[in-house]
Design a protein around this ligand. Structure first.
Ligand SMILES: [Zn+2]
Length: 101
């Protein structure tokens, strides 16, 4: 997937609307912090299965969760671009095999 594709996607009206819908669904709170009984304002909507892996799920509400910046940074290895162990936990939570394949 090209960088341009992702760039255009994140600017699209469809994404902007969907993002707002997800934040509203999650009451503008971080879903990862919530697991630990904490309340943090969500600032980001995260693709549990990354956009480049499953572009078909880019607007699927089951693949989208609201996160705070701190938790979002913990989902991705910023050097390799891969999901971290924490990121993979969410994949398993929303998409147990064979959904993934
Ligand atoms: Zn958080």
């Amino acid at each position: 997937m090209s960088k341009d594709y992702a760039k255009a996607f994140y600017k699209s009206q469809k994404w902007i609307r969907k993002r707002e819908l997800i934040l509203k669904r999650d009451e503008y709170k971080c879903r990862e912090c919530k697991r630990y009984g904490k309340t943090s304002p969500a600032t980001t909507v995260h693709h549990v299965i990354p956009l480049d892996q499953r572009p078909d799920l880019k607007l699927n509400i089951n693949n989208l969760i609201s996160l705070c910046d701190k938790c979002h940074n913990q989902m991705h290895n910023r050097i390799t671009g891969e999901l971290t162990e924490k990121g993979m936990e969410w994949v398993e939570r929303i998409a147990p095999p064979p959904f993934l394949v």
